[in-house]
Design a protein around this ligand. Sequence first.
Ligand SMILES: *Cc1c(COP(=O)(O)O)cnc(C)c1O
Length: 369
Amino acid sequence: MKPSIHRPTKLIIDSSAISHNLMQVRDHLPAKTKAFAVVKANAYGHGVLEVARELAEEVDGFCVSNMDEALELRLAGFEHPILVLGVVPVQVIPQAVQASISLTVSSLEWLVLAGETGLDLEDLALHIKVDTGMGRLGFRDFSSIEQALSLMEEAGARFEGIFTHFATADQVDQTQFQGQLANFREILGQLAVLPPLVHASNSATSIWHGETVFNMVRLGNVLYGLNPSGRELNLPYPIQPALSLTSELVQVKQLSAGASVGYGETYHSPSEEWIGTVPIGYADGLTRSMQGFSVLVDGQPCEIVGRVSMDQITIRLPQSYPLGTLVTLIGQDGDQHITVQDWADYRQTINYEIVCLLSDRIPRYYQES
Ligand SMILES: *Cc1c(COP(=O)(O)O)cnc(C)c1O
């Protein structure tokens, strides 16, 4: 699907904010720390190739979640190390070798399956994933890691990295975090040799547990100017949100008292009032649960009234405005500001989900501030 460019709804992405955020985090980590930018899911909705281009000179590599995301970067010409964090089908191993894409091994079964499938692992770069308490991907005990390492060695695969992922690095209570960290340290202590890359830090860990950097970090959310904890923890240094979302009024009408608005007539105007229509809806990622939330027009919050449709919302205006009047859905207008976090709070979710769900129908435009 092509983005709908003949519609005033657009995402404006401040590329320099992304570089700035990377610099901020790096400035607070040991200088030799390798920084990999996590650009999975279309760089959290910000546009993978544009974000990768912006960061190309400043990062040591990229992390993605699957093979197709990795190949997209390679095909676009990026020569950086690329690590796939998720589990890939063993059938893609030859492509990974050919394109120098590093893969994650998260179980012994996966390596055995690769062997049984008759795949050549020679020169395949692998990172062992350790499940220190997340309960999702990874090895949970040292003996299976040892077996995996010997299978890898026999097959000629390269032991490039070992890593883990924390479940609660963005929370005040550190009990789980410290347990996971101790687990990881214990596993590392049992290894005869450490691989070149040892990593445990996502954004939250990099921000609030700077002492936990081994020699590489995997930075996602923070690059985009979002606080990985939502509102739970304050950031120790400022970062800049990279994304804003705007549209325009495409219709403005006066409704008489008692008139109904939208599917299911969930809203009736209490008195005579101005209603504006904005061309964005749930197909763009502005979900139906956002009925009752506000957008900005002329520096003022205007409530979304009536149901959110697939392609449109209706908002209550304080007065009539001309067609083409700017509507700010995320960003600043006058002294008012709506953030991705405000959307997340209203939808009772996390900022990650908000940006990932902004659909490809909305064109992304890039500017340097
Ligand atoms: C997505 C992901 C990251 C990045 O997390 P952020 O919180 O966005 O920094 C790091 N590591 C793994 C394993 C991931 O899946």
